[in-house]
Design a protein around this ligand. Sequence first.
Ligand SMILES: Nc1ncnc2c1ncn2[C@@H]1O[C@H](COP(=O)(O)OP(=O)(O)O)[C@@H](O)[C@H]1O
Ligand SMILES: O=C(CO)[C@@H](O)[C@@H](O)COP(=O)(O)O
Length: 553
Amino acid sequence: MTTDPPAVTVGVDFGTLSGRALVVAVEDGRELGTAVHEYTHGVVESALPGSGSRLPPDWALQVPQDWRDVLRFAVPRALAAAGVRPEQVVGIATDFTACTVLPVTSDGTPLSEVAGFAERPHAFAKLWKHHAAQPEADEIVRAAEESGQGWLGRYGGKISSEWQYAKALQVLREDPGVYAAAERWIEAADWIVWQLTGEENRNLCTAGYKGIHQDGGYPDAGFLALLHPDFVDFTAKLEFPLSQLGTAAGKLSAQAAALTGLREGTVVAVGNVDAHVTSAAARALEPGHMLAIMGTSTCHIMNSDVLAEVPGMCGVVRDGVVPGLWGYEAGQSGVGDVLAWAVRTCAPHEYVAEARRVGVSVHELLTRKAAAQPVGGHGLVALDWHSGNRSVLVDHHLSGLILGLTLDTRPEDIYRALVEATAFGTRMIIEAFEASGVPVEQFTAAGGLLKNTFLMQTYADVLGRPINLLASEQGPALGAAIHAAVAAGAYPDIRSASAAMGRIERSVYVPDPARVAAYDRLYAEYRTLHDHFGRGGNDVMHRLRALRTARES
Ligand SMILES: Nc1ncnc2c1ncn2[C@@H]1O[C@H](COP(=O)(O)OP(=O)(O)O)[C@@H](O)[C@H]1O
Ligand SMILES: O=C(CO)[C@@H](O)[C@@H](O)COP(=O)(O)O
C-alpha cells in the first residue's frame, strides 16, 4: 500500500552573512534537507558596491538582490537535498535579522535599485549592525525623556541606534532626497514576504521591537516633530495593519513560484525576526524560559506573564513572540563578531597555517590552545564592546577593552578573555531581568556558536546554571518552518506546533562549582570595568570614537 508523501514546510533564515533554507516534516519537525547561500556582497561596511565610494565608520549595508538570490538558489537546493516535491510543501516562512530596514517605492522596489539612487549610500538597506545613527538615537531618547513618552519604559529607557527611527532620522538629515523618495520604510523581514506574495504585509514583532509600536500605535506626530520638522509624518511610511505571528500573509505568487521552484498558491507565513522565531524551535515559549540565539550577535528572548521595565532590555512587546504573553528581548550586538575580530587580528600566520594543517578553523585552534589553562590563568579581563553595547547600556559608541595585557599574553589568551567577556555580558543581562522582578528559570542556547563546546561550558560556569541546547543547527529556519506549519493550518497555534516540531536537549552543559567560584571573582572585575567605562566613570571611549576616521579602502 503506497502512503502519501509527508507534508513539509520550508523555513528560510536570512542571517547576517548568509541565507539558509530548511525543509521540515510537519508531523514531527524532522529536518529533511537544507541549503545555504552566502550573500554575494556580504556586509557592505567600507565601500558602496558599484561606485566604490567609501563609507564612514559604523556603517553596515546590504544588497537586496543577495536576499532574492537566497530564494532563487537555497530553496530549490534544499528541496532537492530533501528529495521533496513542490506539491508536498504546504507552507513557507521566512525570518530575518532585525532591524534590517530599507527604503522602497510603493511597489516594494528598493531605492538602491532605482535609477539615480544606486550611488547614494542611504538608498541601501541598513543592516541591523549599522551603528552610525547613534547621535540620532541619543536625540530620540532625550526628546522622549523630556516629553515623557510612556513607551520609553517598554524599551528599558533607551532607543537603539540599530532601530527604525534612528536610522530613518539619519537618512532624513544626510540625504533628504532619499528620505522623500522612500514611500515605504520597511523591515527586510516584511520586504522578503512581499517578494513572495506580491503584496505588502507587516508583522507585529518587528513593529513592536524595532518600530516603537506599543498599545496599538506608533509615536505621535507631536513627538516626531521634536526631532525634525520633516519627520512629523514618518510613521506614514510604516503604517499598515499588523499581522499576528504564525498567520498567513498570503499565497506564493507566480513570480515567486518561478523563483523558488515551489507551487504558486503555497501559503506564505507572516514575517518574523530570526531570534524571536527560534523560541518555537527550542520549545522555549513558557514564561521564564530564556533562549539565547548565539551567532554574530546574541539575542536573548523570553516570555513572561509579568510586564516590567527591565533597564537596558531591547524591548517588551505583547504577543511579540507568542500570542498571550509579554515577549522580552535583550541582546549583545557583538559575540561571534568579536571572536571573528580576534581571529582576524590576533592569530599569527603560524596559527593560521597550523589550523589549515590540522583541518580546523582558527576559532577552533585558538579554543583548543586556550582551553587547558585554569580560570584567570591568562590574567586578563575584557569588555566585549567592539560592536558597542546593546544590553544593558544600549550605547553603540562604546568600544572594546582588554585589561592585563603583558609581553607574555598569547593570541589564545585574548580569544579566551573575549569568550569570557561575552559570557559576563550575558550574566549582566540575566541579573537585570531578575533584579526587575522577571525571573529567568531556564536558559537554552541556539545558533552558530553551539559548535564551540568550550565556549558553551564557559557560559555554564559563568552563569552558574545548566544550559539546554536547541537540538538543531538551524534554529531560526526550524522556527520559521514551525510558523509556516501553523500558517498553513497544520496546527491550531504556535505552542502546539512547537511541542510537536521543536527540539530541546536539557542540561547539556552543567556548571562546575570550582570554576563557578573562580569566575565569580573575575565577573566582579568585569562589572567594575563595565560600570566605570559604561556608566560615566570615564567617557574616554566616546572621546576616542569621535577621533575615528573613515577607513581607507
Ligand atoms: N568555532 C567557533 N567558535 C566561536 N565562534 C565561531 C566559531 N565559528 C564561527 N564563529 C562565529 O559565528 C558567527 C556566525 O554565527 P552564525 O549563527 O553561523 O551566523 P549568523 O550570526 O549570521 O546567524 C561568526 O561571527 C563567527 O565569527
Ligand atoms: O537583533 C536581532 C534580533 O532582534 C538580530 O536579528 C541581530 O542581532 C542579528 O542576529 P545574528 O547575530 O546575525 O543572528
